[in-house]
Design a protein around this ligand. Structure first.
Ligand code: FES
Ligand SMILES: [Fe+2]
Length: 337
């Protein structure tokens, strides 16, 4: 389960997408889940498979905070325990539960921990700027047809801005052919903080990698706070759900949320076709592609991704070669200047 993406906290949807009266089916790294709200309104997640006959619980109904299977009406609470089996008042309910997945609701999003039936020892780590009474958080979801690692590296890529986003956030960035960009990286307990300068002049804004799959872009206008967060949630090996979030300290009316989401979707659409064309869909080891100095942040991500894959035991070279993926350590290295 959660192939190549185990034991991490990740957002899976915006809070408003998980209603009290309806289950929501989502797939994370190949594992199907049903999300619903329990009797107290807290989010709950179970593996989307009824233990009775394997039916998708997400096709069922939410009744008094329990998910009811659409086939024979068994009901499960937010921890997966069976609370009702029709026609069988003598059934031993404690022996037939579903598989729970830890979930939380933080900073306007529903999160899950990618390990079934495990009590995590950590909590979702969210930047202070994305929560608190001073900010209004809004957002929505879109799908890209690529591996989550390509989507994530795109989010961490400073030098693509004046090309892919020449009409939006990269407007006017590249003015001279001999301009030099420098990326300043600071490793943090939660990931990497980065800023940039062009020809020695510090640029406004900052871009953070929140390991493993979130990018925060700080584009705060003077005296205001505006943060865009993108979470790249793996659906399977070939598709990624992007959760695009804005946190803002101004224009906090809910009615304006669609405008901020349309702006985020426009920027994401500028990237989509380019990123989906990257081959192979999953990032290969750094040695298999040519890189330059300004690729420092994606390369840090890539290094850690392969380290974590290896330490999790998932990145067995024989498995990689059977899957047609490059084997670690092959090919030439980074071009440095
Ligand atoms: S398959 Fe779910 S109750 Fe029978
Ligand atoms: Fe982009």
């Amino acid at each position: 389960m959660f192939k190549g993406f185990a034991n991490v906290w990740t957002p899976v949807c915006m809070s408003h997408e998980l209603r009290r009266d309806k289950p929501l089916g989502v797939q994370v790294a190949g594992t199907k889940l049903v999300l619903f709200r329990d009797a107290e309104g807290r989010p709950a997640a179970l593996v989307d498979r009824c233990p009775h006959r394997g039916v998708a619980l997400s096709l069922g109904k939410v009744k008094q905070g329990c998910i009811e299977c659409p086939f024979h009406g068994w009901q499960f609470d937010g921890k997966g325990a069976v609370c009702y089996i029709p026609w069988n008042p003598d059934a031993k309910l404690s022996k037939v539960g579903g598989i729970p997945v830890a979930s939380r609701e933080v900073a306007g999003q529903v999160w899950i921990y990618t390990a079934p039936d495990v009590q995590p020892t950590s909590e979702p780590a969210v930047a202070d700027e994305l929560q608190g009474p001073q900010v209004h958080v809004s957002g929505g979801t879109t799908i890209w047809h690529t591996h989550w690692t390509r989507a994530m590296e795109n989010m961490l890529d400073w030098p693509h801005l004046p090309f892919v986003h020449r009409k939006t956030i990269g407007r006017g960035m590249l003015q001279r052919r001999d301009s030099r960009m420098d990326i300043h990286l600071q490793e943090m307990p939660w990931g990497v903080h980065s800023t940039s300068s062009i020809d020695g002049k510090e640029q406004s804004g900052a871009l953070d990698l929140r390991w493993p799959n979130r990018m925060n872009l700080y584009i705060s206008p003077p005296g205001k706070l505006l943060v865009m967060q993108v979470a790249c949630v793996p659906v399977d090996d070939k598709s990624t759900r992007l959760i695009l979030t804005s946190a803002r300290s101004f224009l906090r009316f809910r009615l304006l949320d669609p405008i901020f989401h349309i702006m985020n979707l426009r920027i994401a659409r500028e990237d989509k076709a380019v990123v989906e064309s990257s081959s192979p869909a999953e990032i290969p080891p750094a040695a298999d592609e040519r890189s330059v100095r300004t690729d420092g942040l994606p390369l840090l991500f890539r290094k850690r991704y392969f380290q974590e894959l290896q330490s999790s035991g998932y990145d067995d070279p024989s498995v990689r070669s059977r899957r047609g993926l490059p084997v670690l350590g092959s090919g030439p290295g980074i071009d440095k200047d």
